[in-house]
Design a protein around this ligand. Structure first.
Ligand SMILES: [Zn+2]
Length: 90
């Protein structure tokens, strides 16, 4: 099993509608085996082989604050630059 997970940190906690929408968008990316939103729904863990920039690019502009690859079970995050705090950005 891949010992790493991708963590995508959202700019704001996603509402239930966006959790469903974002889940669909992420699940469509090749290499995504499973994903899970962490309460309060502002962090998504993605298992599989997809890369972070592909995952971030699949979500609406401004929805992603940062992403990082990390060892499973680790709590440390190496985060990139923040973007605007909107969960609905259509
Ligand atoms: Zn929303």
């Amino acid at each position: 099993m891949n010992p790493y997970e991708m963590v995508v940190v959202l700019s704001a906690p996603a509402c239930r509608r966006c959790v469903r929408r974002f889940s669909r968008l992420l699940a469509d990316i090749s290499g995504v085996a499973a994903l899970r939103f962490d309460a309060p729904s502002d962090m998504v863990r993605i298992y599989g082989s997809a890369c972070g920039h592909e995952l971030a690019a699949a979500l609406p502009r401004g929805a992603v604050r940062s992403y990082a690859r990390r060892r499973r079970g680790s709590t440390g995050l190496a985060l990139a630059a923040p973007l605007s705090p909107e969960c609905h950005s259509e």
